[in-house]
Design a protein around this ligand. Structure first.
Ligand SMILES: Cc1ncc(COP(=O)(O)O)c(C=O)c1O
Length: 366
């Protein structure tokens, strides 16, 4: 068949091993997944109540315009409803942006390592990918500007960045946005927005009004605890949204996912509580690293990337045998580091004491 040349040797996204499989393989009663930055506290109790009582008719198509959710998000953010685009997770929005703007002959600029889907989707579309190494774990916006030329179509800023958890400061971002040519779309991927507590991180919504070439991506998969429902949204000027919308699949959010996201959004107290607990959990990891002299990136998210001074694939496997699924830095482009989702206080304690055991076995410390 006449496959696109660029997909012939392409590999599908490699998700972590399913928890049930890990349980079986290692004879474990319990497995904790700290690999994909989901919320360890789940979702709002109000969502639980809705799920217990919901009687939606799943035989009919959902509202393709997600009107109720749209009204709720627009009100929450104080933007117009026409400034929003809903996706089947923000993964879907990344694919929509890519499909709309990337093709052979144009290029796209991104940091590395960063979220893998920018590169993956750009490659599917046959665009040239220009990757700019992080500087001390952060986007090097000056070097990214240097990569932009007359053929650049999209620039990706993952803020906070996955896998380092670092942010670009508002001053840096402002300077960058001023210099990016207006015909280049800047995607600000803010999947971890709700977890940020740095005063250097300004709410970027005002940039949407100021810059016609900015789109912000956010998601209900992380702090809202709804990863399995697949709801993400983009915020931009109406002109950008109206160009992207025809590229979207017609019914890309289910009836139930629209409902749960609307209810979850209304419970901001839950988000605040999770954020506070996340800060406590983050300190557990930071203290462990400081005690053992392991480098870590200052995270503004619900995960942390830190040094293990050992082969991270080995550490990943040893931790899996002990019931914890994490991400090896090798898979993320930073060897000898692991990326761990911050769990509950109890999960973190258990994880860190087992990790200590593994690192002693590996001869990292006595
Ligand atoms: C930076 C970033 N963007 C986007 C996503 C995709 O999230 P979702 O499709 O679940 O909204 C993730 C998920 O890990 C992420 O880390």
């Amino acid at each position: 068949m006449k496959w696109k040349q660029q997909i012939v040797d392409m590999k599908a996204y490699q998700p972590g091993k399913p928890m049930e499989e890990v349980k079986k393989e290692f004879g474990l009663e319990e497995v904790v997944k700290l690999a994909s930055n989901e919320n360890p506290y789940g979702f709002s109790p109000k969502v639980k109540a809705l799920l217990a009582s919901d009687h939606s008719d799943h035989a009919i198509y959902p509202d393709g315009y997600a009107q109720i959710l749209r009204t709720a998000v627009a009100k929450h953010l104080n933007v117009n409803e026409t400034q929003l685009l809903f996706g089947n997770g923000s993964d879907d929005l990344i694919a929509i942006v890519t499909r709309a703007l990337l093709y052979p002959g144009v290029n796209t600029v991104m940091a590395t390592p960063s979220f893998s889907q920018y590169r993956h989707n750009a490659e599917v579309e046959g665009a040239e990918v220009r990757e700019v190494p992080l500087a001390k774990g952060k986007h090097d916006l000056t070097a990214m500007l240097d990569e932009i030329d007359e053929n650049t179509s999209v620039v990706w800023v993952c803020n906070p960045n996955n896998p380092t958890g670092t942010i670009v400061s508002d001053a840096e971002l402002q300077d960058f946005l001023k210099k990016v040519p207006k015909e280049v779309l800047v995607v600000l991927d803010e999947a971890y927005y709700e977890y940020v507590n740095s005063s250097d991180y300004k709410d970027t919504l005002s940039y949407v009004n100021e810059y016609p070439n900015v789109i912000i991506l956010r998601t209900f998969s992380k702090a809202y605890g709804l990863a399995s429902f697949r709801v993400g949204y983009g915020i931009a000027q109406e002109e950008v949204i109206s160009k992207l919308d025809p590229v979207r699949a017609p019914f890309n959010n289910t009836i139930l996912s629209q409902k749960v996201a609307t209810v979850a959004l209304a419970d901001q107290a839950f988000i605040e509580e999770c954020k506070e607990k996340n800060e406590i959990g983050k300190k557990q990891f930071e203290q462990f690293c400081e005690k053992h002299g392991l480098n870590y990136y200052p995270s503004q998210t619900n995960f942390i990337l830190f040094e293990v001074k050992a082969d991270s694939d080995v550490v990943f496997k040893e931790m899996m045998k002990r019931g914890f699924i994490i991400r090896s830095g090798n898979a993320l482009g930073i060897s000898d580091y692991i990326r761990v989702t911050i769990g509950t206080e109890e999960q973190n304690d258990k994880f860190l004491s087992l990790l200590e055991e593994v690192l002693v076995d590996q001869g990292v410390f006595a």
